[in-house]
Design a protein around this ligand. Structure first.
Ligand code: GLA
Length: 424
């Protein structure tokens, strides 16, 4: 009997056998994520409410005989492309030549595409692991996925987590989940020069079917919160791509730090915006902060409260309240944190008025990518259709949509039976 096999998984295994002539030793699956509440507060050590989704990066590998690693990407970053669109690019990572003594030059100065290429992700993982003192074995690897790239559903974090696990397996050491997430963040912060927080890698590693996680980004304690069975997530992709390196992303953590520095004159005990209350802001912000920093600070402070209220609403089974908080989060991301675009605002407001939709907000960093809507499962297809229709009406072309469920975190999985992908 041929058992059901995920199409991407079969495609990756098939490509591995063609490329390297034989079986992989391991197959790693690392999922993307959506974050239902908690926009841009992970790097301010606030709380977030993400969950891993059932769309993933798959990575087949075995130890290499050659001294360097050969890595083939079936799908790579490209303007507006879905991962499944492009095939057959390969790269060689020579671990011995990675200079781990110094931080690498910023991505735009490395001579590649301005925003970096997919090769930066495995190279960055190898560099980060080596810099943390791990001895790496070279690998032969093929990876691909069914996640839209650079679209706010954490494709980069999923690639990083998959390669971290791949080199752990091949090199004979194992990291715990928190350490793995920390190293994934280091790839972004140190190798790619992006000042992001830890949420994406953490969610890809710690996801659980049917659950969100309330994560405290200061001490990394987390609580899994179940969602009712009859809800789904509709993801609508605006098709607009801005990588974090090319967007204003890095300016936001910097602005948050500036706001904290200024507020410290009145509130010496605060470390990040997570430590500031709404009353503190009412009392001090207007006199101590320029208006743009006041807006950033107000978003961060209120978003922390929204996440904690949202977790409480979920525990009480109040999806309606949760959906209102998602809407407030989008409005605050648009007006105060200023990370939205007209396309994302249009998708969000179409979702807000769709029957069966509890709430919707932009996904990930913003400035493009996807909007995530929490919906009644039975209404998901209607919501998708409405989003595509209204988007086409406003912008002259349809957007892509898909329905996702919350799934398990990254794992090394059984390679299983071989299935010819032509049969799927
Ligand atoms: C990106 C970053 C995360 C987080 C979100 C915004 O996904 O990688 O660390 O800051 O943006 O919430």
């Amino acid at each position: 009997m041929v058992r059901h096999m995920n199409k991407t998984r079969a495609r990756v295994l098939d490509a591995f056998r063609r490329r390297f002539g034989g079986e992989p030793a391991w197959l790693v699956r690392a999922p993307g994520r959506v974050n239902l509440l908690g926009a841009h507060i992970d790097y301010s050590e606030g709380w977030v409410l993400p969950g891993a989704i059932d769309r993933s990066i798959w990575l087949a590998l075995r130890p290499a005989e050659a001294p360097s690693s050969t890595i083939e990407a079936l799908d790579r970053r490209a303007e507006g492309a879905h991962l499944a669109d492009i095939t057959g690019v390969s790269d060689i990572v020579d671990i011995a030549t990675l200079d781990t003594a110094r931080l690498p030059p910023p991505v735009p100065e490395r001579g590649g595409e301005a925003d970096g290429t997919w090769q930066d992700l495995p190279r960055g993982v190898a560099w980060t692991l080596a810099r943390a003192g791990h001895h790496l074995a070279p690998i032969d690897a093929v990876f691909g996925g069914d996640l839209p790239m650079d679209a706010g559903v954490s494709s980069s974090a999923a690639v990083e987590v998959a390669f971290l696990m791949a080199w752990e397996a091949a090199s004979g050491f194992s990291l715990d989940g928190v350490e793995r997430a920390r190293l994934g963040r280091r790839v972004e912060n140190d190798y790619l020069g992006v000042g992001s927080g830890i949420m994406d890698q953490f969610a890809s590693i710690h996801g659980k079917t049917g659950h969100l996680m309330l994560l405290d980004c200061r001490d990394l304690a987390f609580e899994r919160i179940p969602l009712p069975d009859n809800v789904a997530v509709v993801i609508a992709d605006s098709g607009i791509r801005r990588t974090l390196a090319s967007s204003d992303y890095n300016r936001r953590p910097e602005e948050c730090r500036q706001a904290v520095d200024l507020l410290r004159r009145a509130l010496p005990e605060i470390r990040t915006l997570r430590d500031v209350t709404e009353e503190d802001l009412d009392r001090h912000a207007r006199v101590m902060l320029p208006s743009s920093l006041e807006r950033r600070a107000r978003h961060a402070v209120c978003e922390c409260r929204r996440v904690l209220d949202g977790a409480e609403a979920l525990r009480n089974g109040s999806l309606r309240r949760f959906g209102e908080l998602m809407r407030e989060s989008h409005e605050s991301s648009r007006d105060l944190y200023q990370v939205s675009l007209p396309e994302l605002d249009a998708l969000a407001s179409t979702a807000w008025s769709a029957p069966g939709c509890f709430g919707a907000r932009l996904s990930g960093a913003g400035w493009g990518g996807c909007v995530t809507a929490l919906v009644e499962e039975a209404a998901a297809e209607d919501v998708e259709r409405r989003l595509r229709r209204e988007f086409a009406r406003a912008f002259g072309h349809e957007c892509e949509t898909f329905v996702a469920a919350f799934g398990d975190g990254a794992a090394i999985v059984d390679i299983g039976d071989s299935v010819d992908i032509a049969d799927i």
